[in-house]
Every structure is written in C-alpha cells, then in structure tokens.
Design a binder for this molecule. Structure first.
Ligand SMILES: Nc1ncnc2c1ncn2[C@@H]1O[C@H](COP(=O)(O)OP(=O)(O)OP(=O)(O)O)[C@@H](O)[C@H]1O
Ligand SMILES: [Mg+2]
Length: 279
C-alpha cells in the first residue's frame, strides 16, 4: 500500500545530498554566529568541520538535527527542507540521524544496556528486539562485555564508544559527531576515528565530523576500510595518487566558511590563518 510519504520519496531526485545548508544565517541576540553558510554532504561522505572555539561548529550540528532553526536560509536533510518544519514532523527526520554529543551525554543512572537501547525502549520496541540490537551495536564498538556496567565504571574512551553505540542504534544513515575524540589519548582517539571510517566505508553513512585534532583529520582523510578476502576488516592507506577516501573539509572563521575542499588542498593552502591552524 502506498501513502503520501512514499510518493514524495519517489519523486525526489535519487541523489540529493544527505545534508545541505543553503545560505544559513544565525545570530544569538545580536551576535552573528553563522553569516551565510552553504555546504553539502553527499551520500556516503564525511565532512570534517574545523574551526576555533566558538566559531559555530556545534551550532551547525544542532541546526542539522533541527534543535535550532536558522534566522534565514535553509537546512535540508535528504533533500527535505527542515528549517520551517513542525516539531512533530521533525521526529521522523531525527530518527534518520545519530548524534554523538560533545560531552558524551550518557545517562549516569542507566546501565550501558539501558543507555544504548534508550531510543528503542522509548518507541516500545519488544525487549528481545532491543536486546538483540544493543548486543549487535556494542559488538560493533567492541564493548559487548560492558553491557551491564554503569557509566561511572567506564574509562573516557569506553564512555565515548557507548555514546557512539547509542547514536548507532536503529542504523541511522546520517551521523553527527561533535568532537568525539576530545580529551582522549592518541590510541583511543584512533579507535574512535576507525569506527567513524567503518561507518563511512562499510555502511555508507553520511556524516559531519567536528574535531579540533588535526591527527583525526589526517587519519580520516588518508585511510579507508575494506573487507579482506577472509572477511577481516582491513585499513588501507591511500597512496596519494587517487582520492579514494570519501572525506572533505570545511573550515569556519568569523561566521563564514573560509575553506572547502580536499585534504590535499587543505594541507597545500597558503592562507596564513589556515597554516597556523594546521601547525
Ligand atoms: N543557545 C545559545 N544561546 C546563546 N549563545 C549561544 C548558544 N549556543 C551557542 N552560543 C554561542 O555561539 C557561539 C558558537 O557556539 P558553538 O557551541 O557552536 O561553538 P563551537 O565552534 O562548537 O565551539 P567549541 O569548539 O568550543 O565547542 C559561542 O560563542 C557560544 O557561546
Ligand atoms: Mg562545540
């Protein structure tokens, strides 16, 4: 049986960007934070957002999730303009999106199982189904053994992985990462980036990945994940001749996008601000 939403789906161009900002302006009181921001995240692409503290990186993620509305301009998810959407319609859009918050944002009084399964339990999903999905998702982030632990029993890196697992439940095709490696040691940060690469390369997830760490940016832009001959996960370093890695960058400064392009273009930039930022 068809319903009106199926029809609009069929009529949409097949390859609309997963996320698109069109000339987005946003001010808090009289402080302009975003001053005409336009960019698109193509299906399967990861867009790394760089910029100093307070430049509006988290604000961009909140706009994509419909938690904030632009003063003017449009925000589109899978080709659908959400900027004027009613809160009730937004719920269906938000179901397509997983968000990894800057502070981890676990519920401290709930176990790992309850944290990860939270979204499903809210939708009255049967317990056996929740159990299955939570175990599968925890296996993906390599934390199945922690299922019965409480958040205060976990290390910083484990908490971050639980936050990722919670965002992954229900298999969203869009994931928003807000500084998922902040405060982690380099090997743990690497593991988090590998998870994001697996989602990009094996699951076709589209993402915005906000980070301060240039190491994250280098790794995400120069490595990709494939499945080897015997079903094992392999991480391949791009050899520099081709651009096989589906990752692009934007850099924010004073409300504007001052750079948009590939990692090669970013590292080769002669802009003094960008050079300082990357050094
Ligand atoms: N709800 C709000 N009300 C008023 N000002 C806000 C609000 N949310 C954010 N801001 C301000 O907007 C600016 C951008 O905030 P945002 O959190 O997007 O920055 P950010 O780039 O994520 O910074 P950081 O790297 O420190 O996380 C900051 O100056 C912040 O104080
Ligand atoms: Mg932020």
């Amino acid at each position: 049986m068809s319903n009106p939403s199926d029809i609009t789906h069929a009529e949409r161009p097949r390859k609309a960007p997963a996320i698109e900002f069109r000339d987005v302006h946003l001010a808090f009181d009289d402080r302009v934070i975003l001053d005409g921001i336009s960019f698109a995240v193509q299906p399967g692409e990861t867009k790394i957002v760089l910029g100093g503290s307070g430049t509006g990186k988290s604000t961009i993620l909140k706009l994509a999730l419909g938690l904030l509305r632009p003063d003017s301009g449009q925000v589109l998810i899978d080709g659908i303009d959400i900027s004027l959407m009613k809160e009730r319609e937004m719920l269906a859009i938000r179901r397509k999106i997983g968000m990894i918050f800057q502070d981890g944002a676990l519920f401290d009084s709930l176990s790992v199982f309850e944290n990860v399964g939270f979204r499903l339990s809210e939708n009255n999903t049967p317990l056996a189904e929740i159990d299955d999905a939570v175990r599968r998702t925890l296996r993906f982030v390599d934390l199945e053994d922690a299922i019965d632990k409480m958040p205060n029993e976990l290390s910083g890196g484990m908490r971050r992985r639980v936050g990722i697992a919670r965002a992954l439940i229900g298999s969203p095709k869009i994931i928003l990462y807000d500084e998922p490696t902040a405060g982690l040691d380099p090997p743990t940060a690497r593991t988090i980036c590998e998870l994001a690469m697996k989602l990009r390369d094996l699951e076709g997830v589209s993402s915005i990945f906000v980070t301060h760490r240039i190491d994250d940016a280098r790794q995400m832009a120069s490595e990709f994940v494939t499945i080897g001959e015997h079903g094992e996960i392999e991480i391949i370093h791009e050899n520099g001749d081709f651009c096989l890695v589906n990752t692009r960058f934007i850099m924010l400064r004073r409300g504007k996008i001052i750079f948009s392009g590939t990692d090669e273009e970013l590292w080769a930039s002669s802009d003094p601000y960008i050079k300082t930022f990357l050094s």
